[in-house]
Design a protein around this ligand. Structure first.
Ligand code: B1M
Length: 222
C-alpha cells in the first residue's frame, strides 16, 4: 500500500489529475490522483491514511517548493486540482464522520478587497492538509466572520488583503473579532501585509505564503 500512497502523493505534487489529463507531459497516459485514490480505497486503504499518507504529503511538497520559488502559481493550481479530485472519493467518509478533519479554518478577503487568487491558494493548501475550510469569499465584513466563527466553535480564521487601503479594513476586522470572539486565533496575509503590521493590529500570526499558514494551523493541533 505504501507504494500506492507514494504514487498518489507524486500525482498531487506534480498536478496529475487523472488519466486523460495531459499535464504534466511526462506522465501523459498514466493514472492520476483520481484513479489511484479509487484504487487505494478499493484495495482496502482507509480514507484517513489516503489523506494523511498520500494527499497531504503531496500538498506539503508543493507548498514548500512554492515557498522556495521552485514552482509557480499554475503548478500549485494543478496540484490543488489533483488533490480536490482525489478528495471527491474521500468526501463521503468525511461527511459520515468516519474520518476526522484537523479542525475548521475560516478564510476570507477583507471588506473592500476583491482580490482572491492568493486567498484561494491558501484555502486550497489548508484544505489539502486535512482541514475543513469555510471560504467566505471576498469583500467580507467583520460581522460575516463573527457569524461564521460562532457556527464553528474552536475554529481559526484567516484574513487576506491585497490593497494598502484594505489593510485598514483588516485592522478594523481584527479589532472586532478580538472583541466578539477573543479566543479565536487570527492569521493574516497578503502582499502588503507584514509581521510589523500584524504586531500593531494584534493579530496572532502573519504568513507571507500558504505553507506558513498550514504550518501555523498544524502546530495548533499538534
Ligand atoms: Co489589483 N492591485 N486592483 N487586481 N492586482 C494589485 C494588488 C496592485 C499591487 C497592482 C499595482 O498597482 N501594481 C495594486 C495595489 C496597490 C496597493 O494598494 N499598494 C492593485 C490595485 C490598485 C487594484 C485596483 C484598485 C485597480 C483599480 O481598479 N484601479 C482594483 C481593486 C479592486 C478591489 O479589490 N476593490 C484591482 C483589481 C484587480 C483585478 C480584479 C483586476 C485582479 C484581481 C482578480 C482576482 O483576484 N480574482 C487584480 C490583480 C490580479 C492584481 C495583481 C496583478 C495580482 C494579484 C495576485 O493575484 N497575485 C496585483 C499586482 C501584483 O501583485 N503583481 C494587483 C498572485 C497571488 C498568488 O499573490 O495575492 O499576494 P497574493 O497572495 C500570496 C501571498 O500574499 C499570500 O499567499 C499567496 C501565495 O503566495 N497570501 C496569504 C495571500 N493571502 C494570504 C492570507 C494568509 C496567508 C498568506 O493567511 C490568511
Amino acid at each position: 500500500m505504501d507504494d500506492l500512497f507514494q504514487q498518489i502523493a507524486h500525482c498531487v505534487e506534480f498536478g496529475k489529475i487523472n488519466k486523460v489529463s495531459p499535464y504534466p507531459p511526462d506522465m501523459k497516459g498514466q493514472d492520476g490522483a483520481d484513479e489511484l485514490t479509487k484504487l487505494a480505497l478499493d484495495s482496502g486503504a482507509s480514507p484517513g491514511d489516503i489523506l494523511t499518507k498520500a494527499l497531504v504529503i503531496g500538498m506539503e511538497k508543493i507548498g514548500v517548493k512554492f515557498r522556495e520559488n521552485k514552482v509557480f502559481v499554475p503548478q500549485v493550481l494543478m496540484s490543488a486540482k489533483a488533490m480536490s479530485t482525489a478528495m471527491l472519493h474521500l468526501k463521503p467518509f468525511f461527511i459520515s464522520g468516519d474520518v476526522k478533519r484537523k479542525g475548521t479554518f475560516i478564510i476570507g478577503t477583507v471588506v473592500g478587497d476583491l482580490h482572491d487568487i492568493g486567498k484561494n491558494l491558501v484555502s486550497m493548501m489548508v484544505e489539502g492538509n486535512g482541514w475543513e475550510v469555510v471560504d467566505l469569499g471576498t469583500d467580507v465584513k467583520a460581522e460575516k466572520f463573527v457569524n461564521s466563527i460562532k457556527e464553528h466553535p474552536g475554529c481559526a480564521v484567516g484574513l487576506s488583503a491585497l490593497l494598502t487601503t484594505t489593510m485598514a479594513s483588516m485592522e478594523e476586522i481584527v479589532k472586532d473579532l478580538k472583541a466578539a470572539v477573543p479566543e479565536t486565533k487570527i492569521l493574516i496575509g497578503g502582499a502588503p501585509v507584514t509581521d510589523e503590521f500584524r504586531k500593531r493590529i494584534g493579530a496572532d500570526f502573519y504568513s507571507p505564503d500558504p505553507q506558513g499558514a498550514v504550518e501555523y494551523l498544524n502546530q495548533m493541533v499538534a
